[in-house]
Design a protein around this ligand. Sequence first.
Ligand SMILES: [Zn+2]
Ligand SMILES: [Zn+2]
Length: 422
Amino acid sequence: MRAVLDHVGIAVSDLPASLAFFKDVLGLHVESSEEIASQRVRATFVNTGQSTLEMLEATAPDSPIAKFVEKRGAGMHHVALRVDDIEAALAHLRSRGIRLIDEKPRPGAEGALVAFIHPSAAQGVLVELKQPAPKVELFTKGGRHTLGDFELITLSDGFMGLDGGAMFGVVPRTLWEKRLPPDDSNRIPLGMRPLIVKRGTTTVLIDAGCGDKMDPKLAQIYKLDRRYHLDHSLADAGVSVEDIDIVVASHLHFDHAGGFTKIGKDGAIVPRFPKAKYIAHRAEWEDATHPHERNRASYLQENFVPLKDAGVLTLVDDAAEIIPGVRYRRSGGHTPNHQVLMIESGGRTAVFTADMYPTSVHIADPWVMGFDLYPVDTLAFKRAFAPEAIQREYLLFFEHDPSMAAGYLREKDGKRFVERVI
Ligand SMILES: [Zn+2]
Ligand SMILES: [Zn+2]
């Protein structure tokens, strides 16, 4: 169980007198104040960096805080620890026979879920567990868009959490944390959004998420959340695994190619889509099957080698046409042969940007991932691509965005932004 100090609760009988010390003498910043009706208490939060002081004032004579002050005087009331999953934390405590005040989480301030542990179990200290409200909206469901003769269906293979610093390269945390706030382990939430491109009876799947073969330790490091994954998403879209004719890889990193294979009944790893032909870039395949120290953790051989063994893999080169209207375009940068997919029909263009624009927050040219092997190549591609995408109104698909699947890149008064479509 991982717990981080969230706040220290202080029972006060005279809030102005308390603030005269904490605010005026210590110079701390008062953040906000909120009434919690169920507890008949008003909480005023004072910022102390990573955690806060919570000044608690009774709003009615029968409030627990009024009783506390009456019995023991003003002073320290409780310590609150922040956890990722409060249900799991309570289950863990129950299994250890710990006495709880709240058997179930209840609503706390600022949309959090909270539960108290009895002081008799914690050396006389009243301990609050708190699961904060999610800071980033997670968009799970897929969506559809018609582009000329194509039907585009965005899917979800769930979410993961990667180090925010690695996701934004040289951009300081003070800039990116406002857009994608990290958790207590500095991880930001990221989606995994494969895309279906359908024309008539032909169904193409671009990338397939990380799949279900990841070992539990890595799944924990990457905060893998596949409660809703690709099988659910395909079912919701009315597509079966047998319907997929072609699976094409933007590149072969685990969060894109993990879902290409699965563990078969006899334990052998087999293609996940039984009738599909798989397509990858020839030079990307060479890199993926000959990894070095810097990219080995991203290229997990079980995700793609079984495709070759099964005879379902076709290797192609730059600008290869996957089906008429869908082609590779080399962006490089992230990996030397990383591809975006250009989808064109009826005079309109959609682009599956994969790890070139992993999220809509990455649309600024220098916001390049630290993961990229050749960041200056990514920069060069982005500088050329963005004006083209704005001018020609490309519909951009953001594979790792936690809160949206697709949108248009716009520019107004020299500022770029994304107009969400899905
Ligand atoms: Zn990648
Ligand atoms: Zn990726």
